[in-house]
Design a protein around this ligand. Sequence first.
Ligand SMILES: Nc1ncnc2c1ncn2[C@@H]1O[C@H](COP(=O)(O)OP(=O)(O)O)[C@@H](O)[C@H]1O
Ligand SMILES: [Mg+2]
Length: 179
Amino acid sequence: MPLQAPDFARWWPPNVAKAQWDGCDREALKTAISAFVEQRFPVYIWGPTRTGKTCLAALICSRASVPRMIAADELLKQIMTARRNGEANCNLWDGGFVARSEWQILNWCQAASILCLDDVGTTELTQPQMQALLQIVNSRQGKPLIVTSNLKPERLREMVGQRIASRILGGQLIYVGAK
Ligand SMILES: Nc1ncnc2c1ncn2[C@@H]1O[C@H](COP(=O)(O)OP(=O)(O)O)[C@@H](O)[C@H]1O
Ligand SMILES: [Mg+2]
């Protein structure tokens, strides 16, 4: 089955836009679906690079009415720019570049029917970035949130701190291994 929300997928990196359900890790997909059915959020998908984490997350997102997905680092960078300059030229993966204020970016995250933060923990975060991440994760409490990462849970705790990690790891953990 192709990605469902074409307007959403149009802006994605081409490899992600080509994701197919039958290209996903079976077990990971099954676990992700039951997490959504039983509303165990957030869904934390972790494992080595190029194992299909981003594609799996994108496919799940594509079934939502208002799916929003972005690389975590990029999102946090844009929030910091908006804070500094009043607004940032955002590429939020769902409509090209537009200028948005910090409040609008945070609202973009909060108002999604599914939010996916891709590749959390890739770079070291500054204190203000951590605060913004905490705010976003808090604003998604009880709501569909997917976080993907290369980091095993213990490493995530070291990277983003106990407070954020305990929230991100408070739902369903899914490991995707090398094929
Ligand atoms: N479900 C899928 N359908 C099609 N191709 C996939 C799928 N999952 C992974 N791939 C292929 O593997 C590559 C890496 O997948 P990706 O989701 O980017 O991995 P990760 O996020 O774990 O680094 C993709 O560019 C794509 O070529
Ligand atoms: Mg990825």
